[in-house]
Design a protein around this ligand. Sequence first.
Ligand code: AMP
Ligand code: ZN
Ligand code: FE
Ligand code: FE
Length: 283
Amino acid sequence: MYMASDLHIHTDASDGMLAPQMIVDMAIQAGLSHIAITDHDTIDGIQAIYQGDNKDYHGLTVIPGIEFSTDMPQREIHILGYYIDIKNPILRKQLQVLHVNRRDRARKMVLKVAALGYDIHYDEVLAVAGEKSTIGRPHIARVLVEKNYFPSISSVFDVLLEQNRPGYVPHYKLSVAQIITLIHQANGIPVLAHPGLIADDSVVLDMIHSGVQGLEVYHPSHTKSQTKEYLNLAEKYHLAITGGSDFHATPDRFPEKLGIFTIPDELVLNLQRLSMIGRGGCF
Ligand code: AMP
Ligand code: ZN
Ligand code: FE
Ligand code: FE
């Protein structure tokens, strides 16, 4: 029987719209077999789901994941970490640093946007994001859409928040090597997220040589030919093949619900095997 999984999901612990438990309920409803929660720079969503050591919910397995960001000239790189040990003290300490820095960065971006003439205050962004969550640009965008300055979140990015736009402030500086090391320290598998969005094959090759162990071949932003290209690249370099919907539950962003962009379960089982080899100290 074909079993479907989704290895890229955001909750309201970062910039997703839905609470972690809601994601679990929707995934069960959609009949998914495995999901990975991959919030930006936080494991709070996974922690909210896990009750004790249980990772199984009515046949749905919840895999601990994370998504890190780093800025390079002209582009951003996202690196996913799978099967991370969310109790790892080094990881937790670094996430705390990133959390504080994301709040600082958001404050700076709000000041830049306000200086351009938009009526926006950091408190409003905090209210949208929630007291505890890891703040990102989508929270700022949501405030501007609510105030009718823009028709959609993506239009705010186009005008103000993309890397080369006037409201942008770079992320706290973590290098690719630091991110990969951190994921390994937490016994996780580093995977290059949505290589198609990097839009430069030489950078993708650099990332592979930097030590990512997997490639997110299946992503809603990829064309058919990109998917094929990354499938070939993953095979050539013996990388794990992953994929997911990058679900945020944002109204104007595909997919609008869970279960309509999935990957076959056997890919998840391969990834799981790889994580067990890692634990055995064989690499
Ligand atoms: P940040 O973590 O602050 O760098 O924000 C990154 C988030 O913004 C990611 O979840 C992206 O999916 C989202 N994002 C990036 N570019 C766009 C865009 N053009 N339209 C809508 N969302 C975007
Ligand atoms: Zn996001
Ligand atoms: Fe991403
Ligand atoms: Fe994502």
